[in-house]
Design a protein around this ligand. Structure first.
Ligand SMILES: *Cc1c(COP(=O)(O)O)cnc(C)c1O
Length: 483
C-alpha cells in the first residue's frame, strides 16, 4: 500500500510513501495529510469468515492491508501482545475483558460499544497502545530513536504516556497547561515513574502548549537533530487501528453480513469517525455515521449547512465533555479529500480559502451533494442535554455513561431509525469525569479498583515557562544527559 498527500500533485511518484515511513512522520512535506492510495476492499465472504476471529486476529487482518511493508507475522505478534484482557482490563467482568471492545445492549436495536477499558479509561488507548508497540518495533529495526513531543489537555497525553512508558528507544516530552486539568488527569500522567516519561506543566493554556509544540516542530534543524516525532490525532497509525473496532462492533451486533448498522460517534478532531468512514469505504455495511459534537459545533455546522468555519480561541468553549472542545478538526481534511473526488488541486484551493478567510462553503456545489449522500449525519448537545442523557440512560438501562458518550447517545436517539441497529461508541469511562456524574446523578461514579488512591501517589512533573527557547534547551539537556 502506497500513501499520497491530500495536497500532493497527482502522478508525482516520489511523493508516495510506505506505511512505516509515514508512521514516524507527521504532516506531508507539502503540508497535507497522508492517505492510502485506495481503500482496500473487504468482501462479503471475508466479513463472514471474520466472525469467529479474536480481536487481535481481526486487527491483524485489517492492519495488514494498510501496512504492507511490515511482515504479516510481525503485525500478528504486535496485535497479540497489544490486544489482551490484561491491557483492556477495566471491563465489567472477565468475559467482557476477553472481548477487548465488548458490546453492551441497552435495548433492542441500541447498543454501546465499550472502547474505554484500557489503561487510561478512554478510547484513545485502543490505537495508542498499538502505536507504542509499532514504534518500538520499527525503531529497533532501523536502529534509531524517537523523541515524542506532544501537548495535551487530558486524554491524549495520558494515553500516549501509558502506551510508551518503559518502551525502548522512545522518550516522551508532554506539555500540559498548569492547573487546568482535573486532579485525576494530572495524577494519571504525573504519577508515572518511568525514566522515559517527561512531564512539563506549562504556565499557560492548552493553546500555548500546542503553539510550543508547533514552534519546535517547525524548526527542522532541531527536529532532525533531536529526532522529534509526534503521536497526535493526525497520526495515520491511530486511524488504522481504530478501523478495527468498527468491524468488531458490526460483527458483534449482527448475525448476518446482509444487515446494516449505524454508529454514533462523539467527535472532536474527526479522528474516530474518520476510521468509521474508511471502514464504510472498505465495504463494511454501515447505514449512517452519526457525528455528535458538544457546544463546539464546527463539524455539526458543516454537515448541516456545508459551511466549514474554524473558530478562534475566544470562541472555543470549555465544556463538560472537554475532549471534544476543538476549534478545528485536524482529520477533517482526509474526509474532504474523498468528497472532492481525491483531487489535490481542489483540496488545496479549499484549504487556501480556509487559511485566508477562516472558512469555506460547499453548499450549492456538487461536493455538498456528495456529503449528503455519504451517510454522515450530525447533531450537537449542550451541558443540559448531557446531564439529561446520563440520567435517562442510568434510569432506563442501568448503565452510567460518561459525558462524551452522552453527547453521542443524545444525537444517536435523534437520528434513530427503528429498522437499523445503532451502536453508540463509548469513548470514556464515567470515573474520569466524576463532577459531571455527581451533577447528573447525585452520586460518585464507580472507580475501577486499581485507580483507588491515584491522586495521592507521588508525582513527577517539572514546571516550564511558555517559552520555545527554554523548551528546546530542556529537551536537549535531557537527551544529552542520557547519551
Ligand atoms: C479524543 C476524544 C473524543 C474525540 O475524538 P476525535 O477522534 O478527536 O474526534 C471523544 N471522546 C473522548 C473521551 C476523547 O478522549
Amino acid at each position: 500500500m502506497r500513501y499520497v498527500s491530500t495536497r500532493g500533485r497527482a502522478g508525482v511518484a516520489n511523493a508516495e510513501r510506505g506505511f512505516t515511513d509515514i508512521l514516524l512522520s507527521g504532516l506531508a512535506d507539502d503540508g497535507g495529510l497522508y492517505v492510502p492510495a485506495y481503500y482496500p476492499p473487504v468482501t462479503r465472504a471475508e466479513l463472514d469468515a471474520w466472525r469467529t476471529l479474536s480481536y487481535a486476529e481481526l486487527a491483524t487482518e485489517i492492519i495488514a492491508r494498510f501496512a504492507t511493508d511490515i511482515p504479516r507475522e510481525r503485525i500478528a505478534a504486535l496485535c497479540a501482545a497489544t490486544y489482551t484482557p490484561q491491557t483492556y482490563r477495566h471491563a465489567r467482568d472477565a468475559a467482557a475483558a476477553a472481548q477487548i471492545t465488548p458490546l453492551h445492549w441497552l435495548a433492542p436495536g441500541l447498543a454501546l460499544l465499550e472502547l474505554s477499558n484500557g489503561p487510561t479509561l478512554a478510547f484513545k488507548d485502543m490505537a495508542m497502545q498499538l502505536l507504542g508497540a509499532l514504534f518500538e518495533h520499527l525503531l529497533a529495526e532501523r536502529g534509531t530513536e524517537l523523541n515524542v513531543l506532544g501537548a495535551t489537555s487530558g486524554d491524549t497525553g495520558s494515553a500516549a504516556e501509558h502506551a510508551l512508558r518503559g518502551r525502548q528507544r522512545v522518550q516522551v516530552f508532554m506539555l500540559s497547561p498548569q492547573g487546568r486539568m482535573s486532579a485525576f488527569q494530572r495524577a494519571q500522567m504525573y504519577s508515572l515513574q518511568d525514566a522515559n516519561i517527561h512531564n512539563y506543566a506549562v504556565a499557560g493554556t492548552f493553546d500555548d502548549c500546542q503553539d510550543l509544540v508547533k514552534a519546535v516542530a517547525g524548526d527542522l534543524d532541531f527536529k532532525q537533530r533531536w529526532r522529534i516525532g509526534s503521536v497526535n490525532s493526525i497520526n495515520w497509525g491511530r486511524i488504522v487501528a481504530q478501523i478495527v473496532y468498527y468491524f468488531r462492533g458490526y460483527l458483534a451486533a449482527t448475525k448476518s453480513s446482509d444487515e446494516r448498522v449505524s454508529f454514533a460517534v462523539p467527535s472532536g478532531n474527526f479522528g474516530n469517525i474518520l476510521s468509521g468512514w474508511i471502514a464504510k469505504q472498505m465495504g463494511l455495511p454501515i447505514h449512517r455515521l452519526i457525528l455528535a459534537t458538544n457546544e463546539n459545533d464546527v463539524l455539526d455546522e458543516f454537515f448541516r449547512t456545508g459551511r466549514y468555519r474554524v473558530r478562534g480561541a475566544a470562541e472555543t468553549l470549555a465544556t463538560s465533555s472537554p475532549s471534544m472542545d476543538i476549534s478545528k478538526a485536524s482529520n477533517f481534511e482526509r474526509y474532504v479529500f474523498d468528497v472532492v473526488g481525491r483531487d489535490p488541486d481542489v483540496l488545496r484551493e479549499l484549504w487556501w480559502e480556509l487559511d485566508t478567510r477562516g472558512e469555506f462553503h460547499l453548499a450549492g456545489t456538487p461536493f455538498f451533494e456528495t456529503v449528503r449522500g455519504s451517510g454522515l449525519v450530525s447533531g450537537r448537545s449542550s451541558h443540559r442535554d448531557r446531564l439529561r442523557t446520563i440520567r435517562t440512560v442510568a434510569e432506563r438501562h442501568g448503565v452510567v455513561i460518561d459525558p462524551h458518550t452522552a453527547d453521542g447517545v443524545k444525537v444517536a436517539l435523534e437520528h434513530r431509525d427503528d429498522a437499523v441497529t445503532t451502536i453508540c461508541l463509548e469513548t470514556a469511562q464515567p470515573a474520569k469525569f466524576a463532577d459531571t456524574i455527581v451533577e447528573a446523578l447525585g452520586r460518585e461514579p464507580d472507580r475501577p479498583a486499581d485507580f483507588a488512591g491515584l491522586e495521592s501517589l507521588p508525582q513527577r512533573c517539572e514546571s516550564l515557562a511558555a517559552d520555545v527557547a527554554l523548551l528546546k534547551q530542556r529537551i536537549a539537556t535531557t537527551l544529552e544527559a542520557r547519551a
